[in-house]
Design a protein around this ligand. Structure first.
Ligand code: ADP
Ligand code: F6P
Length: 323
């Protein structure tokens, strides 16, 4: 093995830079040439491939985002797109690829490995919806940002006797919403995994009001059938029945742009270094992720065939704790 490359793909996640730095420096330490691919699979198809030295990845571990850039690239989902990508890899003499990204990105990595190219994935997405890891790069930071916002909203909510619908990210997965609700002491949580009747939420808000609470927080995952705006629209009819006055705050991309927490820096570093080790051992076609506290490799075939399940017992716990 002499030449390896790495890319970041899909939604950026705080801690991706730590993973980039670790892949580059552990690769260089093995005497390999390491190449960075800009803008995910889009840059792979168009050949934006640059050599990376140790100094190129200096001063990035403390920065959110990804110094390589990332992209959503529909063309890579097609065989034609992947054939173009493969020919770029061959043209640059790349022998193996590290893909740092979430569910979609690892599906792409698997497709490439099915075409015979050596690939190792690194689990990275704030959604925490990737099979093969208990927690992926970026989740801890995004959750902490959500909590900071919820803590602040509670202060102003209490002053005005208001309820807030706080929308957090999570296209298809309610992990961030559920954890933010539990750790933020929310009254209610709405997630895509369980359909929520807006009238049940109205009843819960009224009960919180009647129980003498000074505020109420409803954490809503963006991918839920009723997102925050949808829920607020529903409550427009007889909104005085809620007891509280109602406001909506959508956290959006603020959650992704934060400074990586110590957890995400260490996780990114460990997973990046493990990916290099995996390449050195010739164990391709796997995802590196943290499972039961250990850095573990899971075949991409398994990762892409399974859906990570949210522990719905925690949803019940969130409800009990909101008494
Ligand atoms: P994430 O990796 O954060 O889940 P996306 O789901 O947007 O983000 O996926 C990122 C990229 O991975 C897509 O833009 C596409 O280039 C690639 N990808 C997603 N699904 C597939 C697929 N089924 N086959 C090949 N590539 C895919
Ligand atoms: O997959 C991560 C994520 O942040 C999702 O939670 C969210 O739905 C999506 O990315 C937003 O994508 P974009 O940055 O392309 O708007």
């Amino acid at each position: 093995m002499k030449h390896i490359a790495l890319l970041t793909s899909g939604g950026d996640a705080p801690g991706m830079n730590a993973a980039i730095r670790a892949v580059v420096r552990t690769g260089l330490a093995k005497g390999w040439d390491v190449f960075g691919i800009r803008h995910g699979y889009a840059g792979l198809i168009s050949g934006e491939i640059v050599p990376l030295g140790a100094r190129d990845v200096g001063g990035i571990i403390q920065q959110g985002g990804t110094m390589l850039g990332t992209a959503r690239c529909p063309e890579f989902k097609t065989t034609v797109g992947r054939v173009k990508a493969l020919s770029q890899l061959r043209r640059h003499g790349i022998e193996a690829l590290v893909v740092i990204g979430g569910n979609g990105s690892q599906t792409g990595a698997y497709a490439l490995s099915q075409m015979g190219f050596p690939v190792v994935g690194v689990a990275s997405t704030i959604d925490n919806d990737l099979y093969g890891c208990d927690i992926s790069i970026g989740v801890d930071t995004a959750l902490n940002i959500s909590l900071e916002a919820i803590d602040r909203l509670k202060v102003t909510a209490s002053s005005h006797h208001r309820a807030f619908l706080v929308e957090v990210m999570g296209r298809e997965c309610g992990y961030l919403a559920l954890m933010a609700a539990i750790a933020g002491g929310a009254e209610t949580v709405i997630i895509p995994e369980e359909e929520t009747d807006p009238e049940a939420v109205a009843t819960e808000l009224r009960a919180a009001y009647n129980n003498g609470k000074a505020h109420a927080i409803v954490v809503v995952a963006e991918g839920a059938r009723y997102n925050a705006e949808g829920m607020a629209l529903h409550f427009q009819v007889h909104k005085e029945r809620l007891g509280f006055d109602l406001r909506v705050t959508k956290l959006g991309h603020v959650q992704r742009g934060g400074t990586p927490s110590s957890f995400d820096r260490l996780l990114g570093t460990r997973l990046g270094a493990a990916a290099t080790e995996q390449l050195a051992e010739g164990g391709y076609g796997v995802l590196m992720g943290l499972l039961k506290g250990e850095i573990t490799s899971t075949p991409l075939t398994e990762v892409t065939a399974n859906k990570k399940q949210l522990d719905l017992h925690l949803l019940e716990l969130a409800r009990v704790l909101a008494l």
